[in-house]
Ligand binder design. Structure first.
Ligand code: SF4
Ligand code: SF4
Length: 619
């Protein structure tokens, strides 16, 4: 059995090494076909000009052995394409350099500049005169004066260039992570693209088989049910040792590539194309599909580990099964299936403010343009965040979401379970937690107000939105949403939240950053039936509960005092109760009896006990 376990470990490691190595396999070549494929939804002029520019710069049909060298040559082509297309359009219907010179000559008399509408009409006619009038009427004399002819010449030339660029705007291409990804994927070829099914088996398939061999043998090697965390602080993988640091490095690099440089991981998307094809014929997987699949597979495999590890504990088995089902059905399958019915592919259990894009104009439009069901989904989002979340937190505490429904929580409770003991239990960590999580909530609320205000006008009165420049109190709605997405959505929730599992524990994001956890935490702390009751007299102060509390709550301190645990950060995972050897802790939804819910009992340990007095009082 031990042999199978070790073989499983090696198979899993081999699959991860191969998965990483695939990034450096295959070739990348920008051909006319790959350009057409990338810009298939754009006008013919775009593909023609881009191909022409690529050819002139020696990039067309050139073969690269990795995405980095490919992109270092291709990224400059976007701007060159825009310049070329502006030049071509200017020649066809724009203002030429000869006409610009004539304008300057007509506006300059004896070294003085007199630029007026008459000058424009004298040199140009029709659309050209109209375009220039619109973009330069603020330069007309006598309102505007010039120090020298050169100043006027520069201003006018710049404006003419701008006007010409505007005419060509519909053919422009923008250099961003999405266009880089699309063009790299279309340009990729070679061993991965030609053997997608084989690599899917060698990476995902063997990874699953190896992990299951490692996990399931645990049933036979540790046949007696019960939690065995033996040696957890002596293991390099779980005590911030070198294995943990390697996993940390892998996760951080993975998230950085996923969020900021997806073009590097096009081979991973090619590997999972056959899975995407199950939803859409010949579908091409995006980086988000790879992420969703990897997320769901990791959760499923590690949920099996949870079922085995906690097989004596019904709460843990049911909770793990439910959170896994929510991930598979809501966060993965429905997100892929809904768009097949022209509905927005959204995760219906993702509540605001965790879903920080909920009120963005594009998201609301997606809902409203998707018929009655789309509108229903929009109202479902509002009801979920504003009614269901607080009501269910009142009855069950925030555990109903954090430990039973949420995707972030689901990953933390499965993939992150081996790291739960790494959460910081010091008071300073508790302080930092309060100084980070509530400001994130405030940031989320302010951002949502600004974005919601803008969305209202974009949808109902686009002219007013444009006149406001999409601003509210001087803050641009798109910019603040972008910054929130970058700082909180990508860096905090992704890179730090999951990347730091092996160093800071599995609930770093839920504890220090999640605005939804903060929102629910306030309700849980002040108005909820949920508490963990403690039978203090039974506590032997072993500290298991505090050690395995992923939220860094010093559970033992409460147990020693026989005090109920009513903490806003408690996600109700139940592990403290599961690891307690004395049955001290119980997660309960009792009646909401106000102050007594978090009252400290006077006597539990007996240190200050006056037995005679108690006898007299018949306690
Ligand atoms: S106190 Fe217990 S139930 Fe709450 S988060 Fe910590 S381990 Fe989980
Ligand atoms: S695990 Fe149980 S016995 Fe040990 S310190 Fe916590 S409450 Fe006390």
């Amino acid at each position: 059995m031990k042999f199978i376990r070790i073989a499983g470990l090696y198979i899993f490691i081999a699959s991860v090494v191969l998965f990483s190595a695939t990034l450096f396999m295959g070739n990348y070549s920008l051909t006319e076909t790959s350009i057409e494929q990338t810009f298939s939804d754009k006008k013919a002029r775009v593909t023609e000009t881009f191909a022409k520019v690529a050819k002139e710069n020696g990039v067309l049909d050139k073969t690269y052995s990795n995405p980095f060298s490919f992109m270092s040559d291709v990224k400059g082509l976007f701007e060159k394409h825009n310049q070329q297309v502006s030049k071509d359009i200017a020649k066809e219907k724009g203002i030429s350099s000869e006409e610009t010179e004539k304008l300057i000559a007509a506006a300059t008399k004896n070294g003085n500049v007199v630029y007026t509408k008459e000058v424009v009409d004298q040199v140009l006619s029709g659309e050209k005169a109209k375009t220039l009038d619109q973009s330069t009427n603020w330069m007309y004399s006598p309102g505007k004066t010039y120090d020298s002819v050169e100043t006027f010449q520069n201003d006018l030339t710049n404006k003419v260039n701008d006007a010409n660029r505007n005419l060509a705007k519909e053919f422009f291409l923008y250099d961003n992570k999405y266009s880089r990804f699309d063009i790299t994927k279309a340009a990729s070829s070679g061993i991965i693209v030609e053997n997608k099914g084989l690599f899917l088996f060698l990476t995902f398939g063997l990874g699953i088989i190896g992990s299951l061999m490692f996990i399931i043998t645990g049933l036979f090697l540790k046949p007696i049910p019960g939690i065995k965390n033996n040696g957890i602080y002596l293991n390099n993988a779980t005590n911030r040792g070198w294995v943990g640091i390697v996993v940390f490095g892998f996760l951080v690099i993975f998230y950085v590539l996923l969020y900021f440089h997806p073009y590097v991981i096009v081979n991973w998307t090619s590997i999972v194309d056959p899975v995407k094809a199950l939803f859409i014929e010949n579908g091409s997987a995006s980086q988000w599909f790879v992420y969703g699949l990897l997320y769901t597979v990791s959760m499923t495999v590690m949920a099996i580990r949870m079922f085995i590890k906690y097989r004596h504990n019904q709460y843990q088995i049911v909770r793990t099964a439910v959170v896994l089902a929510f991930q598979i059905i809501f966060a993965f399958l429905l997100v892929e299936i809904l768009p097949l019915f022209d509905l927005p592919g959204v995760d219906l259990k993702n509540a605001w403010p965790l879903d920080y894009n909920f009120l963005t104009d594009w998201n609301v439009k997606n809902y409203l343009e998707a018929g009655h069901l789309g509108k229903f989904m929009f109202f479902w989002g509002i009801i979920l965040s504003l009614i269901l979340v607080p009501v269910l937190v009142y009855f069950y505490g925030k555990r109903w979401y954090c430990s039973w429904v949420c995707g972030c929580g689901g990953l933390a409770e499965t993939l992150g379970d081996p790291y739960r003991q790494l959460s910081d239990k010091r008071l300073i960590a508790w302080k930092i937690e309060r100084w980070t999580i509530y400001p994130v909530l405030v940031f989320a609320v302010i951002m949502t107000i600004i974005v919601g205000y803008n969305t209202y006008y974009v949808i109902n009165a686009p002219d007013i939105a444009a006149a406001n420049q999409n601003e509210f109190f001087g803050i641009n709605a798109y910019r603040i949403n972008e910054w929130y997405g970058f700082l909180i959505g990508s860096i905090f929730a992704g890179v730090i939240g999951t990347g730091f599992y092996p160093l800071l524990g599995n609930r770093t994001w839920c504890r220090f950053g999640c605005p939804l956890a903060a929102y629910m935490g306030i309700i849980q702390r002040f108005k909820s039936k949920f508490r963990i009751t403690t039978n203090g007299g039974q506590c032997i102060s072993c500290g298991n509960c505090s050690t395995y509390c992923e939220q860094g709550i010093d559970v033992r301190a409460y147990a020693q005092k026989g005090q109920n645990i009513v903490r806003s950060s408690c996600v109700g995972c139940g592990i403290c109760s599961a690891v307690c050897p004395r049955g001290v802790l119980k997660l309960e939804n009792a009646s909401d009896d106000g102050a007594t819910r978090h009252k400290v009992p006077e006597v539990i340990l007996g240190n200050d006990m006056d037995l005679f007095e108690m006898l007299e009082e018949n306690k």
